[in-house]
Ligand binder design. Structure first.
Ligand code: NAX
Ligand code: ADP
Ligand code: K
Length: 506
């Protein structure tokens, strides 16, 4: 797992470490690591034209010291400063080895330097950044984006919120981010993560000072360890029975996709309950399904044999019959995944108290909203607020409903009231098509039915779902049905990553 820590935690850990070390040690370590990564991006350091964008804080200091190191190796380094002051010692170090330092004015000469650079280093703002970029920082970010050179962000791209990934206005778009000591949550979560490019962590000795993570991001090997039936975990989980209450006469495909998602992820048995015509279609595509034609659907009977988990809501409808069904499912003592129309019913103000039923459950519950559904569940925010600060809103919903929440979208985040948040690294815009969410609900449901704990099941399901999208057609566009063919490939890939000596980065 990759770890991320918030700004307050990083500052406290840095304070404790700095108190034990000679002054300037940490900045020297950071700048050395930064210079090494910059050099790697250049065909030759000697003669390379490097432009540093330097803000008034220590982030600018890191850039200046790294620039001095590169100038010592023959690079032509220019620093364009923004803000009221500049890190004096860093500027002196750069000047001492022939680098130039001047204030950015937006003149033609500044533009020419940026446009003619071989490499641009963004040392405008680090963890001290607050709110949207002010001028002239914003103008520098725009000019860097228009220049052809690769951009390396120092610690994090300037203009993204380190704790949330929020971007208010302009932000630097980096090809590579060199971050120090630990990852910052904003590097994992969109819109920030999308600005960060590749992320490299430089060890500055902070590890022993850091508490447990605020946010985790798994790698392939972590997923391998969670998958039922793989290696040492083989007898930990018993492949169980999953009951699926998805799809309706209007949305028959949702049932077919959810059942397929479960079967392809691996489950002992799927029991499908729904209207007769939908059931026929599910059986035609997946004859291994045990079908329970239900009409009326309010039946609480989950069919023959005891289910180990229930998926409810995808494409199901929001009439009173479906509300009855959701109520009955929530009253069971089984792990329950509530998706789509189930979430709409929970947000309803019809006095049924479905949200309270979720709060009162003692068995695990997982809500799987997209940003619009989460906004409706929370009631006092809109979709845009949720998309801007995904982690904050997923956490709020997890606390409010006392259960696990998987927030779908450009970065899928998973929150639970009693656990660190987890961010899925495999999301891809390939998934942004109708029906992919139904596949996800089936896949996560299968893991729940196999006994995987709720946060891990959500994470594993989202991870495999994202990999399946890429593997199904080698990165070419996919439909939700294609995703079903990608799932076995994704599972095989994760298993390979779990074999000793064959570890992949996630
Ligand atoms: N604290 C430490 O021990 C270490 C810190 N390091 C570096 O220091 C950075 C943090 O340095 P600072 O605390 O000086 O903070 P920053 O360098 O991130 O920025 C602080 C300055 O930016 C200005 N500012 C804030 N928001 C702005 C906005 N939206 N638009 C324009 N200006 C804005 C502030 O007025 C302040 O002058 C880290 O990100 C990292 O790069 C590293 O050298 C490693 C060690
Ligand atoms: N821009 C995006 N980048 C990555 N993943 C996305 C994006 N948009 C949607 N997704 C993913 O696609 C799936 C869509 O699910 P959902 O919103 O429920 O749609 P549907 O109900 O049509 O299946 C989710 O897994 C979500 O995380
Ligand atoms: K920066």
């Amino acid at each position: 797992m990759l770890n991320a820590h918030t700004v307050d935690v990083v500052r406290e850990a840095e304070g404790a470490l700095m108190a034990r070390l000679p002054e300037g040690t940490l900045m020297r370590r950071a700048a050395t690591g930064l210079a090494v990564e910059c050099a790697r991006l250049l065909p030759s350091v000697y003669g390379a034209r490097i432009v540093l964008m330097v803000g008034s804080g220590d982030n600018g200091g890191d850039a200046l010291y790294a620039g001095a190191g590169l100038a010592r190796r023959g690079a032509m380094v220019r620093a364009l400063t923004a803000g009221s002051r500049v890190h004096d010692a860093g500027a002196a170090a750069l000047r001492a080895v022939g680098g130039r330092v001047r204030a950015f004015t937006g003149s033609g000469a500044d533009g020419a330097d940026l446009f003619g650079a071989d490499l641009i280093v963004d040392g405008l703002l680090g963890i001290g950044g607050r709110g949207g970029l002010r001028e002239p920082h914003a103008e520098l970010a725009v000019q860097a984006a228009n220049a052809p050179a690769p951009v390396v962000a120092v610690d994090l791209p300037s203009g993204i919120d380190a704790d949330t990934g929020e971007v208010a206005g302009h932000a630097v778009r980096a090809d590579l981010t060199v971050t120090f000591g630990t990852h910052k949550p904003g590097l994992f979560i969109d819109p920030g993560s999308e600005r960060a490019g590749r992320v490299r962590l430089v060890d500055i000795g902070l590890g022993p000072e850091l508490p447990g993570s605020d946010v985790l991001r798994p790698q392939a090997v972590d997923i391998a360890g969670l998958l039922p039936g793989s290696g040492a975990e083989a007898d930990k989980y018993r492949r169980g029975v999953l009951a699926i209450r998805a799809g309706s006469d209007r949305f028959r495909g949702a049932a077919v996709l959810a059942v397929g998602g479960a079967l392809r992820t691996g489950v002992g048995m799927v029991k499908y309950g729904g209207p007769e015509r939908v059931t026929d279609q599910v059986l035609a595509r997946w004859p291994e399904t045990v079908a329970v034609p239900l009409d009326p659907r309010r039946s609480t009977d989950l069919g023959p044999g005891r289910a180990a988990a229930v998926v409810v809501g995808s494409g199901r409808g929001t009439d009173s019959g479906e509300a009855d069904e959701l109520e009955a499912v929530l009253d069971s003592d089984l792990p329950v995944l509530v998706d789509a129309d189930g979430l709409t019913l929970m947000s309803g103000k019809d006095g049924r108290g479905l949200a309270d039923r979720v709060r009162d459950r003692s068995a695990p519950t997982l809500l799987t909203p997209h940003a619009g559904e989460l906004a409706r569940l929370l009631g006092d925010v809109d979709r845009g607020d949720v998309e801007a600060r995904r982690l904050e809103h997923a956490r709020r919903a997890a606390r409010s409903f006392g259960c696990a929440v998987l927030l779908k979208g450009s970065t899928t985040v998973i929150a639970h009231p009693d656990a660190p948040a987890v961010v899925n690294p495999t999301g891809t815009p390939l998934l942004a098509s109708a029906g992919t969410g139904d596949v996800l609900s089936g896949a996560v449901g299968a893991l729940l039915a196999s006994g995987v704990p709720v946060v891990e099941a959500a994470l594993c399901g989202a991870y495999l779902h994202g990999r399946a999208a890429r593997l199904a057609h080698g990165g070419a566009p996919i439909s939700a049905s294609d995703l079903l063919d990608g799932l076995p490939l994704a599972i095989a890939e994760a298993r390979r990553a779990g074999r000793p000596g064959d570890h992949h980065e996630g």
